[in-house]
Design a protein around this ligand. Structure first.
Ligand SMILES: [Zn+2]
Length: 88
Protein backbone atom coordinates (compact mmCIF):
# COMPACT_ATOMS: atom_id res chain seq x y z
CA UNK A 1 0.00 0.00 0.00
CA UNK A 2 2.99 2.29 0.33
CA UNK A 3 4.58 1.55 -3.02
CA UNK A 4 4.29 5.19 -3.96
CA UNK A 5 7.50 7.17 -3.88
CA UNK A 6 8.07 9.95 -1.34
CA UNK A 7 9.33 13.06 -3.08
CA UNK A 8 11.35 15.42 -0.87
CA UNK A 9 9.90 18.60 -2.41
CA UNK A 10 6.35 17.42 -1.84
CA UNK A 11 7.24 16.36 1.71
CA UNK A 12 8.70 19.81 2.38
CA UNK A 13 5.49 21.46 1.16
CA UNK A 14 3.37 19.01 3.17
CA UNK A 15 4.85 20.44 6.37
CA UNK A 16 3.00 23.71 5.74
CA UNK A 17 -0.44 22.18 5.22
CA UNK A 18 -3.17 21.71 7.80
CA UNK A 19 -5.01 18.42 8.18
CA UNK A 20 -8.55 18.11 9.56
CA UNK A 21 -9.99 14.62 10.02
CA UNK A 22 -13.75 14.70 9.47
CA UNK A 23 -14.72 11.04 9.29
CA UNK A 24 -13.05 7.65 9.56
CA UNK A 25 -10.52 7.51 6.73
CA UNK A 26 -11.31 11.01 5.43
CA UNK A 27 -9.33 14.20 5.85
CA UNK A 28 -9.55 17.72 4.49
CA UNK A 29 -6.15 19.24 3.77
CA UNK A 30 -5.92 23.03 3.62
CA UNK A 31 -3.17 25.60 3.33
CA UNK A 32 -2.53 25.27 -0.39
CA UNK A 33 -4.30 27.02 -3.23
CA UNK A 34 -7.52 25.18 -2.41
CA UNK A 35 -8.66 22.48 0.04
CA UNK A 36 -8.39 18.83 -0.97
CA UNK A 37 -10.03 15.66 0.24
CA UNK A 38 -7.85 12.66 1.11
CA UNK A 39 -9.55 9.30 1.60
CA UNK A 40 -8.30 5.90 2.71
CA UNK A 41 -9.95 2.82 1.28
CA UNK A 42 -10.53 -0.39 3.26
CA UNK A 43 -7.61 -1.86 1.34
CA UNK A 44 -5.36 0.79 2.89
CA UNK A 45 -4.75 2.68 -0.33
CA UNK A 46 -4.91 6.44 0.09
CA UNK A 47 -6.29 8.77 -2.57
CA UNK A 48 -6.38 12.52 -2.98
CA UNK A 49 -8.62 14.51 -5.31
CA UNK A 50 -5.86 16.88 -6.49
CA UNK A 51 -4.42 17.02 -10.02
CA UNK A 52 -0.94 15.99 -8.84
CA UNK A 53 -2.37 12.70 -7.54
CA UNK A 54 -4.35 12.25 -10.75
CA UNK A 55 -1.43 12.79 -13.14
CA UNK A 56 1.44 11.40 -11.03
CA UNK A 57 -0.03 8.41 -9.17
CA UNK A 58 3.44 6.89 -8.68
CA UNK A 59 4.34 9.72 -6.26
CA UNK A 60 2.45 10.62 -3.09
CA UNK A 61 1.06 14.15 -3.38
CA UNK A 62 1.72 16.75 -0.67
CA UNK A 63 -1.82 16.32 0.74
CA UNK A 64 -1.35 12.57 1.05
CA UNK A 65 1.98 13.20 2.79
CA UNK A 66 0.44 15.82 5.11
CA UNK A 67 -2.11 13.23 6.26
CA UNK A 68 0.66 10.64 6.69
CA UNK A 69 2.63 13.11 8.84
CA UNK A 70 -0.43 13.87 10.97
CA UNK A 71 -0.85 10.15 11.57
CA UNK A 72 2.82 9.65 12.34
CA UNK A 73 3.40 7.13 9.56
CA UNK A 74 6.81 5.66 10.23
CA UNK A 75 8.26 5.66 6.73
CA UNK A 76 7.13 9.22 6.09
CA UNK A 77 8.78 10.30 9.33
CA UNK A 78 11.91 8.54 8.09
CA UNK A 79 11.64 10.59 4.89
CA UNK A 80 11.35 13.71 7.04
CA UNK A 81 14.51 12.82 8.95
CA UNK A 82 16.34 12.37 5.67
CA UNK A 83 15.02 15.74 4.55
CA UNK A 84 16.48 17.26 7.70
CA UNK A 85 19.78 15.49 7.21
CA UNK A 86 19.46 13.44 10.36
CA UNK A 87 19.17 9.99 8.82
CA UNK A 88 20.97 7.32 10.82
ZN1 LIG B 1 -3.23 15.84 -3.27
Amino acid sequence: MNAQRIDSNRLRRALFLDVAPHAEGRWTVTGGAEPHLVTRARTGSVRCDCLDALYRPQVRCKHNLAVALSRGERHVLTGLRELLGEAQ
